[in-house]
Design a protein around this ligand. Structure first.
Ligand code: BES
Ligand code: ZN
Ligand code: ZN
Length: 480
């Protein structure tokens, strides 16, 4: 777990002479005038002209005495620049270039420049742990201090490393990453990035009467853990903590309501919420942001044995609510409910939970976004705005009171199953029952893990919504 699998390092220079002489160049062209100034030879100039005509980002590699990678970005949306960075990384990788100098940055705004670097470094993640053939060399990219600040590069690298940790945790198969192994990583990560961790084991979980977490864990040979992270810097701008809660289902078989016809595939990703809580706090602590945050991750797998939970069972949650289990595959809400109850003791300013909670959410957003629901519109709006910036976009769904009726049980206070419609809303209404504070729920089932690599995303884990939460908190440090 030590390896962050990032294959790009940025090296800042002051004078051109400080860069090794024969390095290859990455030249970013953002305006037509800039292209004209370079005076490219005809066929290249024509390609660049065409890019401006079609308003399309292109990457062209040219072979001369030095290799040049020309990247043309007529459209300077931040996301286009991230994608440009990703395309350039792909070219460097393909051409086996190991050292390059980045040029042409002064035409861009500060935000645009960092977006380009972000795209490069994000796309350099590669989970090759279980492959014989590994990437050995990192690519060194020399960047001028006239365009980039050392501190900001360090912060960007730290954020990306923390995101890589999230990706790796999700990509690790369940036979290498169970609840106990997850907790070991938690402890290590706290030491490495500078925050406190506390792991509650089964006896303590029983003492706390976390009936949801214990019920889901009944079918497992590995005991559950309840992972707590504290980051409280002395200069924190907030008094009451922001609490992040993440679903930590290490593998979801569905339990006795077994996942069928291939839907069990990829279910190692069902702890992506928990991994993202860890990654976010690592990034915040690593960069010493002055914000008081607590993280909570209930961890277990959802498996079958003679002792496993069955449908019709009635369980008692930590807050005393009784729940009729009508579907053992709706386990996420059971483990989260106890964590949401536990969050009450911190008198939080806001609780955000992140979970690969429903297939219904994935069906709505695809891999392109996150479903958001909650009881505080102002805070949801803030988060939505940041979502557009980092391109981890949010789609809000309702928490209409009528959905509550769908969770009625004839034998208990509530059922864990809402029926065939409004699956995202009913799952959230279930969670809402356990909150008494400002609260936002993010259903990341669509975006947490993707099948196909695209842009700066690899196949597998995406670390969504680590960048979203990091920027949200960073913005709060400035505002508060
Ligand atoms: N872990 C799944 C949700 C999921 C589906 C995550 C696809 C990622 C991709 C969750 O535990 C689940 O199985 N939910 C059920 C709930 C239903 C039984 C109410 C679902 O969505 O089918
Ligand atoms: Zn499930
Ligand atoms: Zn699940």
């Amino acid at each position: 777990m030590q390896d962050n699998y990032l294959n790009v390092t940025f090296i800042t220079y002051v004078k051109k002479e400080d860069v090794p002489v024969d390095v290859d160049n990455i030249v970013l062209i953002a305006t037509k005038e800039q292209a004209d100034r370079y005076g490219f030879q005809k066929s290249l100039a024509q390609k660049i002209d065409l890019a401006f005509l079609e308003n399309k980002m292109v990457v062209i590699s040219t072979l001369g005495d030095k290799q040049n990678i020309i990247v043309v970005t007529p459209d300077r949306e931040k996301e286009v620049l991230r994608l440009a960075g990703a395309s350039v990384y792909a070219s460097l990788d393909k051409l086996q270039i190991r050292t390059a100098r980045l040029r042409g940055m002064n035409e861009l705004t500060e935000e645009e420049r960092y977006a380009f670097l972000e795209g490069m470094i994000l796309s350099s993640y590669d989970f090759d742990k279980y492959k014989a053939k590994k990437k050995v060399n990192t690519i060194k990219v020399h960047i001028s201090r006239r365009s980039f600040l050392e501190d900001k590069i360090t912060a960007l690298t730290m954020l990306t490393e923390a995101g890589s940790l999230t990706k790796t945790l999700v990509n690790e198969p369940a036979n290498y990453m169970d609840a106990l192994q997850f907790s070991e990583v938690v402890t290590q990560t706290g030491r490495q990035f500078g925050f406190e961790t506390e792991i509650l084991h089964k006896a303590q979980i029983e003492e706390l009467k976390m009936g949801g977490l214990l019920a889901v864990n009944k079918g497992s040979e590995v005991p559950p853990t309840f992972n707590i992270f504290h980051y409280k810097p002395e200069n924190a701008v907030n008094e009451k903590p922001l609490v992040l809660v993440g679903k930590g289902v290490m593998f979801d078989t569905g339990g006795y309501s077994l996942k069928i016809s291939g839907s069990m595939l990829t279910m190692k990703c069902d702890m992506a919420g928990g991994a993202a809580v860890l990654g976010t706090i690592a990034a915040i602590a690593g960069n010493r942001l002055p914000y008081y945050i607590i993280g909570l991750v209930p961890a277990t797998d959802n498996k079958i044995s003679a002792n496993a939970l069955v449908v019709d069972d009635v369980i008692t949650m930590m807050d005393g609510t009784t729940v009729e289990v009508q579907n053992t595959d709706a386990e996420g809400r059971l483990v989260l409910a106890d964590a949401l109850t536990y969050a009450k003791r911190f008198d939080p300013e806001l609780v955000i939970d992140l979970a690969t909670l429903t297939g219904a959410s994935a069906a709505i957003t695809g891999s392109f976004g996150i479903a958001v629901l909650g009881n505080n519109q102002a805070k949801i709006d803030e988060l939505k705005e940041v979502g557009e910036q980092v391109y981890e976009r949010l789609l809000q769904l309702p928490l209409w009171k009528e959905y509550k009726d769908l969770l009625k049980s004839t034998v208990a206070d509530m059922s864990n199953l809402g029926g065939p419609i409004g699956g995202v809303s009913t799952s959230s209404i279930f969670l809402q029952h356990f909150t008494d504070y400002p609260w936002i729920h993010l259903d990341i089932a669509g975006a947490a893990s993707v099948k196909e690599a695209k842009g700066y995303r690899q196949s597998g884990a995406t670390a969504v919504p680590v960048r979203l939460l990091y920027e949200f908190i960073k913005k709060k440090c400035k505002n508060d």
